[in-house]
Design a protein around this ligand. Sequence first.
Ligand SMILES: Cc1ncc(COP(=O)(O)O)c(C=O)c1O
Length: 431
Amino acid sequence: MPDLKRRLLLGAAIAAPFAALVAAKPRARSGAHSAYFRALQDALQDAGLFRPTLVIDRQRLADNIERLKAHLPANKHYRIVAKSLPSLKLIETVRAATGTDRLMVFDQPFLNFVGAQMADARVLLGKPMPAGAARRFFAQHHNAAFDAAAQIEWLIDTPQRLAEYRDLSQARRGDGLGPMRINLEIDVGLHRGGFRSAQAVAEAVREIDTVQSLEFSGFMGYEAHASKIPDVLGGPRGALARAMAFYAECIDAARAAQGARFDADALTLNAGGSSTYQLYDEAAPCNELAMGSGLVMPTDFDKPTLADHLPACFISTPVLKALDRTELPGLEAMTGLFRAWDPNTARAFYLYGGYWLADAVSPPGLQRNAIWGHSTNQDLLNGSTGVQLNVGDHVFLRPHQSEFVFLQFGDLAVYDDGRIVDAWPVFQPGA
Ligand SMILES: Cc1ncc(COP(=O)(O)O)c(C=O)c1O
């Protein structure tokens, strides 16, 4: 090999890993709260909220509701996904703005809570409750203003569960209530269970029609998978088209099974979720769409199909300690090295609480420390010297999801026009 070529090859062999190292080396990120978060911090401090707090931005919530109303096809009703908005006041706010009385409920104690506190709601179960949970609902339900027979649709996913509900409904004979309404979960492609063929649907509808204490009330076909289907597999619209084609088949099967009794207008034909509702048009065979999370926008819903919705929920928590060094126990001697490699580890901020399912968003540039780990008591976030954050300032995080995270902070703090204007109690799972 000529000398020059050998030297070039040798040079490349040395330079390539070095270049890779330089490319991988983290750059310093920095910044301060935007005017939005500064105003939010002032509002929380004025309200005396110097502790971890879940904040709802009422104006942004209202804007998201307007987006929903603008996108909802004219011939589709809207159903509130209650688990994703787990506060009666929050649900009442959405109801008032949308005019819907339809809720999707996923939990037996929550169902009793709705039966006791929101007697004019019409409920579709979002998952099939064990028959024992349905029995417990009836045992604990005492509000005559909420007609549990007429106002609840129980979700059924298999012939076995249908048989259990038949037995339950027959055992309840004599309690003066009407038939239990049965909505069939159909598998429109998510493959999370439910009826998978038009024939199985027809058999279930025929079975329901033979039992006096049961009444067929419609279908629920959830298609959360659709928004994640890549373009090579037909994309979200292809998946939705396939889901709706099967949905239409199920409706036809019910029509054939019920004959003259079939009344499509009387049925609840539910579909949708936050990540798909904008893909629907009037031609879809369902007659209502469910969604909840998209009204508050936790990070799991940062999707192109919700690009015009705004984050409306944040966790706020005070910084208890702001240190100029990040020292890891046992690795004190490495402090300089870690910092030289990643300038974003220069400072250490210990928070009031932490380890929520959430990402820090303000001030920009905060990151977790993989070696230090997590603490629910005083969590650690690192940042460069350019991150403008001091003891007493608040850090803002966005929850990944609302249904669980909202329940961890006590009352939701409602923020509007520069002030905390209300406190909305969250649902107590133990109730
Ligand atoms: C049956 C069903 N429908 C709809 C939804 C949509 O809820 P969200 O809009 O909060 O994603 C869910 C969420 O889990 C669901 O399970």
